[in-house]
Design a protein around this ligand. Structure first.
Ligand code: ADP
Ligand code: MG
Length: 716
């Protein structure tokens, strides 16, 4: 097969001897050695010279700028001063020994102090001579003071040849071994001088020319040792582009390879089950977006290729019915369907929704979760194995080896990001031929992130809410307003509505949080006493039966208030609930707040979300509150979230390494990313096997980068 030979051929292109210095492990580098190398690997994943040269500075200090001493203020950023040394004296002895000096520049004087190395430094400091000093400003007896400054003696009145000093991230452990930012600067400068000739171009000339990108070697050099700020800008643009280009190239090749290799089941028929549901059971007209997405899915299911589709849609956009319709197509073609949800509550709810959808149809659906008893469990296993079962809904219990299907044709995964990539792969392996996969996510993902994380999947978006929805009205109030909030809750309950009150429950502070929850519950039951009011409580520490019981009471309208932790975050659907009060809202992330808010506004009534927070808010928390009150648009919220948290945290776990970008930033580099994806797609379209001599740099670099990823055609 063409693609297989591609990889074989290019594995020959990777020749470790060609890049002798770049590929040298750091432990063999003079000035680094075994201990530091181990630490560099541990702290930053840096193993070879090439890796270290890709440890780019995150900012620069302009060393041509000299501050006048009179203007010095305490602060975290190092500054440079110039002046004449006054007294230099050593004080104390033994452990308290220190070296002090005073420097003056005509505008004022500053104190310099060394707590270590006094006897080594003292001879280099000559009273009356002129120096540059560089370091962070503190204060000592009301006078500015710099501890352990860097210094350099200069001729009186001499011009200084300042430079853009790179600042590298370094950890405390590394600094202790001499690899502070300054130490790294020295090592990297030396390696750069030796390695420059070996740094090969990795992009085809056509690209660097049209996009006016500097050559790779020049960019690497400039980013570490820029002559001027302009150089850094060009270098960064080039390196970002390259980084994103290879991420996209890999994803696109992966997608291509999978399409070529993995034949999928062909679901040609839309028959009895689908028709009967569509005509008689579907309780509403599909929205335009739902119809479009169904078309995309049907096209996949007929294509002969395995479907790998991500379905994105904001909370409440109606993904469930799309899942149900897709399931019916599989069933009509004689296949079974699995639906996996991240929590028991959600699995239960799906089970109920599907049972209601399919009522009166000759279909067998069951529910498999961790709390299913052994005897029932055996029945379920048997029904799945024999093919008697059409749809099996469950939690990750579905992934256990004992669950075997007779013919699984479609695997639906709800709330994607709670499941890791490896878990998805397990589902895949339940058949000799992989089932079609539909991944649904309720947390809208910014486009850049989707392109990077799921660049190898096809993406469908439901970007339209069912008709008649009113946006949830959101307000932010402080703790002191509780009496008013209670009054508002009472008013809504009088109108027949229901209310959620949610508390954070975070593992690290679980005991305290649980206390907040129960205290809250008590004050609410005092304000809303029985028998007039019924209040439910729900948290993760409760037994599954108890949770279900409470959830059901609330869903059936038997209780008016649900006091809960975030166990109700995902998916729970009680259309009559119209108020969501979020306590300690500052402690929740944006996507969580948005998810929680999505629990209301599901019926025809106007709904409200009230964020209750401390008065003291961090800047980020303030931005989160502001974003929530300003917009209901999940995609907009996701973008702000990405800005605030970065991609790794946003996705819950740092999965797949794809997000470990060294220089590009998915929150701010959307444009570069789009260019990079287009460029990669164009190249692959014209020259899918990268045989064109013009693309040799790409073929070579791809072979180097992807060589340690043997299984990369089968990751998802
Ligand atoms: P989510 O995308 O968050 O999973 P759901 O599938 O739970 O959303 O749908 C939310 C609510 O909207 C449900 O009550 C569902 O029955 C309803 N719904 C879905 N599609 C439509 C539609 N086309 N018209 C009216 N209501 C719809
Ligand atoms: Mg849902």
């Amino acid at each position: 097969m063409a693609h297989v030979s591609y990889f074989y051929r290019h594995s020959l292109l990777y020749n470790p001897f060609l890049n002798a210095l770049l590929n040298t492990p750091l432990e063999y580098i003079f000035g680094i050695g075994e201990r530091r190398a181990a630490l560099l690997a541990e702290e930053f994943g840096l193993r070879t010279v090439e890796d270290l040269l890709a440890h780019y500075p995150f900012r620069y200090i302009d060393r041509s700028v000299v501050q006048s001493i009179a203007m010095l203020r305490e602060g975290p950023d190092p500054v440079q001063i110039r002046g004449k040394l006054g007294v230099v004296k050593q004080e104390g002895a033994g452990r308290t020994k220190r070296l002090r000096a005073v420097v003056s520049d005509g505008t004022g004087s500053a104190e310099l102090v060394w707590f270590k190395g006094a006897s080594y430094i003292a001879p280099q400091l000559i009273s009356g001579a002129e120096y540059l000093f560089f370091g962070k400003v503190g204060s000592f007896k009301g006078r500015p003071s710099i501890a352990h400054p860097e210094f350099e003696r200069i001729a009186p009145g001499a011009e200084i040849d300042g430079y853009m000093q790179p600042v590298y991230s370094a950890t405390e452990k590394l600094s202790k071994l001499g690899l502070s930012s300054k130490g790294l600067e020295k090592v990297i400068a030396k390696l750069l001088a030796q390695a420059r000739g070996q740094i090969r171009e990795t992009l085809p000339r056509s690209l660097t020319e049209t996009l006016k990108l500097p050559a790779k070697a020049d960019a690497v050099y400039a980013i570490h040792q820029p002559g001027k700020e302009e150089d850094v800008k060009h270098a960064r643009r080039r390196l970002k582009f390259e980084e994103l280009f290879y991420v996209q190239l890999e994803l696109l090749m992966k997608k291509e390879l999978r399409t070529a290799q993995s034949r999928g089941f062909v679901f040609e028929n839309v028959a009895e089950a689908f028709r009967s549901f569509y005509e008689h059971h579907l309780p509403f007209e599909l929205t335009g977006a739902q119809k479009r997405v169904m078309k995309e899915i049907r096209r996949d299911l007929r294509s002969g290729y395995q479907m790998n589709r991500l379905l994105q849609g904001d909370v409440g956009s109606g993904k469930t019915v799309v899942a149900a319709l897709s399931a019916l197509i599989a069933i009509d073609n004689g296949f079974q369907v699995s639906i996996m949800a991240p929590t028991e509550i959600l699995a239960n709810q799906h089970f109920e929704t599907f049972s209601a959808f399919f009522r009166g149809m000759p279909l067998k659906i069951d529910l498999l979760t961790g709390s299913v008893k052994a005897k029932r469990r055996r029945e379920i296993d048997e029904a799945a194995r024999s093919g008697a079962l059409n749809v099996l809904i469950g939690t990750h219990a579905l992934l256990e080896d004992r669950v075997v299907f007779q013919n699984l044709g479609l695997a639906i995964i709800d709330e994607q990001h709670r499941f890791g990539v490896a878990q998805r792969a397990k589902l895949w392996k339940k058949n000799t031929r992989p089932p079609h996969i539909l991944v649904m996510t309720a947390t809208p993902i910014p486009r850049t992130l989707a392109m990077t994380l799921y660049g190898d999947l096809d993406v469908s978006v439901i970007d339209e809410l069912p008709p008649g929805r009113k946006p949830v009205q959101t307000s932010h109030v402080y703790d002191g307003s509780r009496i008013r909030i209670f009054g508002f809750m009472e008013d809504q309950i009088r109108r027949g509505r229901q209310v959620y009150v949610v508390y954070p429950l975070i593992e690290e502070s679980a005991t305290l949080d649980l206390k907040d929850l129960t205290d809250g519950y008590e004050s609410i039951t005092r304000r809303f006493p029985k028998p007039e009011y019924q209040v439910s409580i729900l948290h993760g520490k409760m037994k599954p039966e108890d949770k279900d019981w409470e959830m059901n009471r609330f869903a059936k309208g038997k209780t008016q208030i649900m006091v809960a932790t975030t166990v109700i975050e995902v998916g729970v659907n009680v259309p009559n609930a119209s108020v969501m009060v979020i306590e300690s809202a500052q402690r929740f992330g944006l996507s969580q707040l948005h998810q929680l808010r999505g629990r209301v506004g599901r019926g025809a009534e106007r709904s409200y979300c009230i964020l209750v927070s401390d008065k003291k808010l961090s800047n980020d928390a303030r931005k989160r509150m502001k974003t929530m009150t300003e917009t209901n648009d999940g995609f907009r919220i996701a973008e702000v979230d990405l800005e605030l948290r970065g991609p790794g945290d946003l996705m819950g776990t740092r999965q797949s390494g794809i997000l470990d970008l060294k220089i590009a930033n998915l929150a701010t580099d959307a444009k570069v990313l789009q260019y990079a994806r287009n460029a990669a797609a164009d190249i692959l379209e014209e020259d899918p096997r990268l045989e064109n001599p013009e693309n040799l740099p790409v073929a070579r670099r791809a072979a180097e980068l992807f060589r340690n990823k043997p299984n990369w055609s089968r990751i998802s």
